[in-house]
Design a protein around this ligand. Structure first.
Ligand SMILES: NC(=O)c1ccc[n+]([C@@H]2O[C@H](COP(=O)([O-])OP(=O)(O)OC[C@H]3O[C@@H](n4cnc5c(N)ncnc54)[C@H](O)[C@@H]3O)[C@@H](O)[C@H]2O)c1
Length: 393
């Protein structure tokens, strides 16, 4: 039973994770580099709890109880001395995270689980800094943690089943849906599939085959995704997209090449919504994406790439189709999961599209995953054939 948790780094993610744990009755200590940041984190939590009360999502009593459960401390060693769980949420820099894990291992009780909220870095590398790799795990919350339903639980090479089970139980207790990522692959599930789709959207525009408004109109109005690809990139922040893009390229090479368009904008200081300009000009308000452009770009191209990346995840035994679909729907707001969608569209058609694109451009990203070839050769072409990623009774 986890009674005490310490969060290292009380920024955008850390304060939200602390709030969630406190709402679930856990005693929380927030750690950051100075009092000023910690006070700001407490203010953000107060504000968020106030919104929940205002919208009648929780009674005022619960908000009061939650805030009473949160302490702060600038001394990491002191703050973790009695922790059952530590969640690290410091900036996405491996050297920093490694040094934190070393300190956590020395200062936290032997039974404590040490988790990282990293979006893209290796859990195994962090675990290697400790004498308890079996108790190190990825707990990848989505932003904002209090509202997003998904948590990816990432198994490092040495993570034990007990640690995964305890993490699943905890995530459920927080009212969230856990999806276990069975292997410590870069990008886990959501950022890997989403990254492939975003890269393809960028690539279409880089190749001059459609404009960004045409791509975004098709993505929003034809595919029914909540946001256009370029609109979403601007909202995430192009600096974040660029950093994650580089990590993915380092891990997967030509299959996940970072976009030169994003790099150019970042170097110009145009980081998206937060700086007022990215792909779109946010100074004039939210982007207006004309409905009349929705038919100008064929979204099957994005589905083909999503299906290929999904097939790779299944092939590498990172996750099963059901978990991938759940993760993509809850983590990104996609109306259907990529496996359901592929089965509906026909794996044979999507494979043919990939082959066509691979023949035309030679880009590695289009090289069909062997699993997809295998499914189609067996006649498992999707829903109408009775079997694809799923079996239909
Ligand atoms: N922001 C997102 O959308 C998002 C989503 C999922 C995961 N993540 C991951 O969560 C982690 C944190 O991201 P964020 O957006 O909350 O960053 P952030 O910059 O908002 O917060 C990081 C906090 O860590 C503190 N910090 C830095 N060094 C520290 C140290 N040595 N000890 C204690 N605190 C220290 C900073 O002062 C800051 O308050 C990253 O690994 C990121 O990849 C972010």
């Amino acid at each position: 039973m986890m009674k005490k948790a310490t969060i290292i780094g009380a920024g955008a993610m850390g304060h939200g994770i602390g709030e969630l744990l406190a709402l679930a009755g856990v005693d929380v200590t927030l750690v950051d580099i100075n009092e000023e940041v910690l006070n700001k984190a407490l203010e953000r939590i107060q504000w968020s709890l106030g919104k929940f009360v205002e919208r009648k999502r929780i009674p005022e009593e619960d908000a009061k109880n939650a805030i009473a459960k949160i302490a702060t401390n600038v001394n990491l060693e002191e703050a973790v001395a009695e922790a059952d769980l530590v969640v690290e949420a410091v900036p996405e820099k491996m050297e920093l995270k490694k040094s934190i894990f070393k300190r956590l291992d020395e200062a936290a009780p032997k039974h404590a689980i040490l988790a990282s909220n990293t979006s893209s870095l290796s859990i195994t590398e962090m675990a290697d800094q400790t004498g308890r790799p079996d108790k190190v795990v990825g707990l990848h919350f989505f932003n904002p943690p209090v509202l997003m339903a998904l948590v990816e639980i990432v198994k490092g090479d040495g993570t034990s089943d007990e640690t995964v089970d305890a993490s699943v139980e905890l995530v459920k207790k927080l009212g969230k849906t856990p999806v276990v990522v069975r292997k410590d692959v870069r990008g886990f599930i959501v950022n890997r599939v989403l990254g492939a789709v975003m890269n393809e959207a960028f690539s279409v525009v880089e190749k001059g085959e459609a404009t960004m408004q045409e791509v975004d109109a098709a993505v929003k109005y034809k595919a029914g995704f909540p946001l256009g690809a370029f609109e979403l990139a601007d909202m995430i922040g192009l600096d974040v997209m660029y950093e994650v893009g580089k990590i993915m390229e380092a891990a997967y090479g030509d299959v996940a090449k970072a976009s030169p368009m994003v790099e150019k904008l970042v170097k110009e200081g145009n980081l998206g919504q937060k700086t007022g300009k990215g792909f779109y000009d946010w100074k004039v308000g939210r982007p207006r994406i004309p409905f009349r452009l929705a038919g100008k770009f064929d979204v099957q191209r994005l589905y083909s790439v999503a299906t290929n990346e999904t097939a790779r995840l299944v092939h590498e035994d990172v996750a099963n189709p059901d978990d991938i679909d759940t993760a993509m729907k809850l983590g990104t707001g996609w109306p259907t999961g990529p496996c359901e969608q592929a089965d509906k569209l026909g794996l044979d058609k999507l494979l043919a599209k990939l082959k066509e694109l691979h023949g035309k451009y030679g880009d590695e990203v289009y090289r069909p995953c062997p699993l997809l070839e295998e499914y189609v050769s067996k006649g498992w072409t999707g829903k109408s054939a009775g079997k694809g990623f799923y079996s239909y009774g």
